[in-house]
Each structure stands twice: as structure tokens, then as C-alpha cells.
Design a protein around this ligand. Sequence first.
Ligand code: IMP
Ligand code: MG
Length: 172
Amino acid sequence: MEPKLSPLFTKDEIAATVSRLAAEIRRDYRDKNPLLIAVLKGSFVFLADLVRQLNLPLEIEFVRLSSYSKGTESSGRVRMAPGAPSQIKGRHVLVIEDIIDTGLTAAFLLDYLGRKKPASLKYCSLTDKKERRRVMVNIDYRGLTVPDKFIVGYGLDCDEKFRNLPDIYALE
Ligand code: IMP
Ligand code: MG
């Protein structure tokens, strides 16, 4: 059966949110040459739009993690894929995420990166599925609050589908 998609945020609403977050980040990282670490794959659309509004010197790295094995249920375990960035020490690190759900991924990453002695470590997430939080994490730059539904589009997938939709939808 084809899943039903109900509209949640239009591309204009998303663009306004990205602009707001970019303004906050520009203000805080002006002379810091931040290292943006984007969490693959879901954050690639958000990252691409965000960095083009950050007219300041910065560098970009990617990490690949897994917590969702298949479909919409979290496996509850987070692992780091090989090829994690190595030059973290002394850098102003800003993690770029598509969504924070249980918080397990964010908690894992903050711990993992924190051990590598960055000069500072902050978190930016386009969306926040608050109701599902299982561990407390501080989101320094927070975009849109989403309901307790599985969402797709603008980089977010369900079994690798729907990442290319310009708007954000909830799966019914
Ligand atoms: P967490 O560890 O439970 O916070 O989940 C983080 C990861 O799960 C996100 O980076 C996404 O890859 C995935 N995820 C959680 N909720 C959704 C959703 O509603 N749609 C698509 N992916 C999701
Ligand atoms: Mg993700």
C-alpha cells in the first residue's frame, strides 16, 4: 500500500526557518572558522541551504551514523560508520542534523565529539520531535517543532524514499 503524505511545512516555511537559524549562527561564529559536522544522510539538503547563507569562513565534514535500521522504528543503538573526521581538537564544532527524535543520536555524537576536545561544541537541528525524547539534549539552534509522526521530505527519508521532496510531510 502506498503511504499517505500529509503536508506539514511548505518550502517557504522551511526557507524562513533556515534563514533564521543562519542569522543566529552567523552572529555567534563570526570570527571562529567553525567546523560544521553534518550527519548523513538526512541533513544534506538542510546543510546545502544553510551554508549558502553563512557568509563566513567555515569548513564542512560529514559523519555517518545509524540508529534506524529499517522503516520507522528506532533500533535504539547508535553506531559511528568508518571515516569519522579526525581534526576536532581546538575547533569550534557545530553539528548539523535534520531531526532529533529520541535524542540518542545527539547524545552519542556529543559524547563522541566532546572526547576529542573541541574548543566548543554545539548542536543545530532543523526539526525537533520533542514528544519522543528519551535522553535530554541541549539543542543550541532549533528549527521547527514536529509532531510525534514520521516525517519525510527535505532530506528526510522513509526507507530511502522521499528525500527529494521540497516540502516536509507526515506519513499517515
Ligand atoms: P534519534 O537518535 O532517535 O534522535 O534519531 C535521529 C535519527 O533518526 C535522525 O537523524 C533521522 O535519521 C532518524 N529519524 C528520526 N525521526 C525521523 C522521522 O520522522 N523521519 C525521518 N527520519 C527520522
Ligand atoms: Mg539524521
